[in-house]
Every structure is written in structure tokens, then in C-alpha cells.
Design a binder for this molecule. Structure first.
Ligand SMILES: NC(=O)c1ccc[n+]([C@@H]2O[C@H](COP(=O)([O-])OP(=O)(O)OC[C@H]3O[C@@H](n4cnc5c(N)ncnc54)[C@H](O)[C@@H]3O)[C@@H](O)[C@H]2O)c1
Length: 437
């Protein structure tokens, strides 16, 4: 079993570190945020991710998983070092890889013997060369390493399952030796015959961006189909269902909605588009998907404003769902941010509620009135916008809702409510690509 360090203990680093320890290795998760590491050391999980708490607890108890802020020691004592720090959107849409660069320098300084350095963060094509250069520049004479790009495909909300049972593992390795070491890291998956692709570094880096950008493109495509459905009296759900039954298309990522959000698709589409422009090989499809997504978020605001009488001023709107999707507390780039901002900017009042993500949204809107249930949120509102398809919103009682609101007005951006019921209870409503009131 190997000694492994994962640097960066966020959504990817924590899940990957815990998952790799579950494969039987000894893992240290390192981060520079002291409060985060203290929480983990005291048995608390800083993010919401189904199954993560059990996975962490089990491996900590078994003595295979530990947490530290002492990044230098963690590097020195490990054979494989994963880089899993953030790569947020930087200038001109390009990915900001400064955290990756800082970690590369730390690894170089602490390279006491041969190690495999493996980047799991999503990084622009060419970053592998940059990391190797920085390590080479800062390492002692007896330092030795191989570099690997091992992009991560987990989805927030099902990250543990995705990590432990991935569709494939991509390993862009600079040597056979490094590939063999990585295969050992992922041994249980290899034994279970999960596809393990050995590529060069640039190809592995490209696979991650190409996959994410394609999924974002698919979402923007179905959103545009939904918008056209509204104009021609077609039902987007039936259209998407029939499209998905075609094996060449697949039903995944054909759900219309308020526009994609989260910490990946928005920044990754910008990053690949920026890289493509820089290399003189523009990706017009992705550029268009980005614009469509921005427009879709604005369309939702327009829909809510229209429903409520053309003006948010003096109106109270209940926003149900703040996370960019269910089963996560991540609100980064969530469509609800655009909605809340517009209502507030135009003189309206927002009552907001998410089963898990209230606290995360407080960082964006500390002044907002946060509620603890959908009932509390919707009471005495002039309109309600469903922004995230949490299960508890699927089952909300329209009969109850109608009585508690000032007027029965609802925007269902996730198409989770029954149109028949909305009509039956006399709601004025809108959705994405379906029949209207
Ligand atoms: N979140 C996802 O669903 C997902 C999925 C696949 C890939 N990715 C990619 O994985 C990477 C990490 O994403 P995330 O969502 O986990 O980010 P995150 O913001 O949740 O976590 C990043 C962590 O890195 C730490 N960090 C920053 N600089 C550091 C340093 N110098 N030393 C040690 N720790 C440092 C931060 O404190 C933070 O805890 C990104 O490149 C992202 O694109 C994310």
C-alpha cells in the first residue's frame, strides 16, 4: 500500500483522498485553510456530500486517513502527490492556475527522492509542462519525479459514488513506471475492469475540458430547444425523451432548466474557449453555449418579472432552492444568484430557502432573509420561483401553497410541478418549454 498526499481538501480533494484511502492506501489530505483541517480533525465534514461523512469516518478509524496543514511534511513522507487545488476563472476567461503553481513549487522544494506528481485539478492543456518546469526549478539535486495528469470526473451530489465507481480513469503519464504506480493506486478499480486509459499528458488534460464542455453544450442545446418549444406549442419533455431514446444521443443532460451553474461548467467552458482562441482554433460551439447559458439565466428573471406583473418593485418573491443542483451545498454560479440579484436590484424583497445551501448563499447575500422550510418561504409572497429540483419541492402541496401566498404565482424553472395540478388550483405559472397558464 502506498503513502499518498492529496493537496487541496475541497470537493475533489476530500472525496478523492477519502476514496483512495478506502482503496487501502495511507492518505494525508493537506490544505492551507486551518479551520477546514481543524474541522476534519475533529470529525466534522466542511461540505455537504452524500455518503462522504461515513467514508471519511471509516477510513480515519482504520488509521488510513489523516488531515494536516503541514503541506511540506506531507509531501516529504509520500510516494504519490495529488494536486487538487482550485483553478477558478481568471482574466479573459482563462483558468487561474496560480494555486497549482504554488503547490508545484512546494512539491519541488520537498522532493526527497522519487515521487509521482499527479494533477487532479482541471487545468488548461500545457499546465503539465508548466508544473514540471516549476518542480525542476525548485527541487534539490537528488529529487526525481514523474508527472501524471489524472483529471477527475466526479459530480457534486454523487461525488462519492462517482469516485468509487467511475465510468473510466484517465491517466496521462510521462512514463510506464508512473502509469504502473497510478494503476496500483486505483487497483480495486483496475481489478474490477474499469476502463483505465493511458494517454499522454496533453491528451488527458484535453479529455477533461472536452467532456465538460460537451455536457455544457448539451444543456445549452436543450435549453434552446425548450425556448423554441415555447414559441411553437411543443412540449420539451416529450421532445427530450424521444431524442434520448436514440442511442446516438442518450437521455443524459437533456433536462431543460434555468441554465447550468456550479464550480465546473461555467469556468471550464470559458477556459477551453479562451485556450482555443489563443491557439487560433476557436470553438464556436462552446462560445455559443456560454452565451446561451447566460441568456437562459436572464430569461428566468424575465419570466418571473412578467409573471409578477412586469416589475419586482415592492413585491416579495420566495426563492426555493439556492444550490446549483440538488444534493450539494455548492451555490457557485447558481442561477438563483442572478434571480435574487435582479429582484433586489429592482426594489423587490427576497425570501430564500435551500434544504442545505442557506449558509453557502449567505456568503453572497448576507443581508437576505433565509427561511427554514418551503412553507415559511412562500408565506405572504407575491410569487415563488423554484430554482433547484430538491425532492422536497417536487412534493410541495399546491393546495397549501395557494392559501399561504398573497397571490398564486409560480415559476417552475426545473419543470418539477404537475401542470394539471397547477391549472386545477388556479395558479398563474410559467416553466421551461412546456404548456403555460
Ligand atoms: N467540484 C467539482 O465537482 C469538480 C469535479 C471535477 C474536477 N474539479 C476540479 O478540481 C479542482 C478543485 O475543485 P474543488 O471544487 O475541489 O475546489 P475547492 O475550492 O472546493 O477546493 C480547493 C481547495 O484547495 C485549497 N488550496 C488552495 N491553494 C492551496 C495550497 N497552495 N495548498 C493547499 N491547499 C490549497 C483550498 O483551501 C481549498 O480547500 C478544480 O480544478 C476543479 O475544476 C472539480
Amino acid at each position: 500500500m502506498k503513502k499518498i498526499t492529496v493537496i487541496g481538501t475541497g470537493y475533489v480533494g476530500l472525496v478523492s483522498g477519502a476514496g483512495i484511502s478506502d482503496f487501502g492506501h495511507h492518505v494525508t489530505c493537506a490544505d492551507i485553510i486551518d479551520s477546514k483541517i481543524k474541522m476534519l480533525q475533529s470529525g466534522k465534514i466542511p461540505i455537504y456530500e452524500p455518503g462522504l461523512s461515513d467514508l471519511v469516518e471509516r477510513n480515519v478509524k482504520a488509521g488510513r486517513l489523516a488531515f494536516t496543514t503541514d503541506v511540506d511534511s506531507a509531501i516529504q513522507s509520500s510516494a504519490v502527490i495529488f494536486i487538487a487545488v482550485g483553478t477558478p476563472q481568471g482574466d479573459n476567461g482563462e483558468a487561474n492556475i496560480s494555486a497549482v503553481e504554488a503547490v508545484a513549487k512546494s512539491i519541488g522544494k520537498n522532493l526527497n527522492g522519487y515521487k509521482v506528481i499527479c494533477t487532479k485539478s482541471t487545468v488548461p492543456i500545457g499546465t503539465g509542462d508548466r508544473v514540471c518546469k516549476l518542480v525542476n526549478e525548485s527541487m534539490p539535486v537528488d529529487g526525481e519525479f514523474d508527472y501524471v495528469s489524472n483529471p477527475e470526473f466526479l459530480r457534486e451530489g454523487s461525488a462519492v459514488k462517482d469516485f468509487l465507481w467511475p465510468d473510466r480513469v484517465v491517466i496521462g503519464a510521462t512514463s510506464e513506471k508512473a502509469f504502473d504506480i497510478m494503476r496500483d493506486v486505483y487497483r480495486p478499480l483496475y481489478v474490477n475492469e474499469k476502463p483505465m486509459l493511458h494517454t499522454n499528458v496533453a491528451t488527458a488534460e484535453m479529455i477533461k475540458y472536452a467532456a465538460n464542455a460537451f455536457l455544457a453544450l448539451k444543456i445549452s442545446y436543450i435549453n434552446e430547444v425548450a425556448n423554441l418549444c415555447e414559441k411553437v406549442g411543443a412540449d420539451v419533455h416529450q421532445v427530450a425523451k424521444a431524442m434520448g431514446q436514440d442511442g446516438r444521443i442518450s437521455p443524459k443532460f437533456l433536462h431543460p432548466g434555468p441554465g447550468y451553474g456550479g464550480s465546473c461548467f461555467p469556468k471550464d467552458t470559458h477556459a477551453i474557449a479562451a485556450l482555443a482562441r489563443k491557439k487560433g482554433s476557436p470553438m464556436n460551439t462552446i462560445e455559443a453555449a456560454i452565451v446561451t447559458n447566460q441568456d437562459q439565466k436572464k430569461r428566468m428573471v424575465d419570466k418571473m418579472r412578467n409573471l409578477i406583473g412586469g416589475n419586482f418593485s415592492g413585491k416579495t418573491v420566495g426563492v426555493l432552492g439556492l444550490a446549483f443542483k440538488p444534493n450539494t451545498d455548492d451555490v457557485r454560479e447558481s442561477a438563483s444568484i442572478e434571480m435574487i440579484q435582479a429582484i433586489m436590484d429592482e426594489g423587490g424583497t427576497v425570501k430564500a430557502y435551500d434544504p442545505i445551501a442557506n449558509e453557502s448563499m449567505e456568503e453572497f447575500f448576507p443581508e437576505l432573509s433565509y427561511c427554514q422550510s418551503w412553507e415559511e418561504t412562500c408565506k405572504q409572497t407575491d410569487g415563488v420561483a423554484i430554482m433547484t429540483e430538491w425532492n422536497e419541492f417536487r412534493g410541495l402541496s399546491l393546495e397549501k401553497l395557494k392559501v399561504m401566498m398573497n397571490s398564486p404565482v409560480i415559476l417552475d424553472t426545473r419543470n418539477i410541478l404537475s401542470i394539471n395540478k397547477l391549472i386545477e388550483f388556479g395558479f398563474q405559472f410559467d416553466n421551461v418549454g412546456r404548456e403555460k397558464s
